[in-house]
Design a protein. Structure first.
Length: 73
C-alpha cells in the first residue's frame, strides 16, 4: 500500500491561519462599515430642513418633491 506523503499542517493557509485571516478581514470590514454608518447618521441627525408649501406637494415626482423643502442652517 502506498503511504499518504502529503504534509498536513494546521497553520496552512487553508487551515487555522486561513480562518484567522478571514475572520480578521471580515471584522475589519464590519468595523469600517459601522464607523461610516455612524458618521452618516450623525451628519443627517444634525441637518434640519423645513417643508415649504406642504399642501401642494405632488406624490408622483421626486424632482418636484425635492423643491418643497429647504435646509435650515
Amino acid at each position: 500500500m502506498a503511504e499518504n506523503t502529503t504534509r498536513r499542517l494546521c497553520f496552512n493557509i487553508n487551515g487555522l491561519l486561513g480562518g484567522i485571516i478571514a475572520t480578521v478581514l471580515l471584522l475589519s470590514i464590519l468595523a469600517f462599515l459601522v464607523y461610516n454608518a455612524v458618521l452618516v447618521q450623525a451628519g443627517n441627525a444634525t441637518t434640519y430642513y423645513q417643508i415649504v408649501d406642504e399642501q401642494n406637494i405632488p406624490m408622483t415626482s421626486t424632482d418636484t418633491q425635492a423643491k418643497h423643502y429647504k435646509l435650515v442652517k
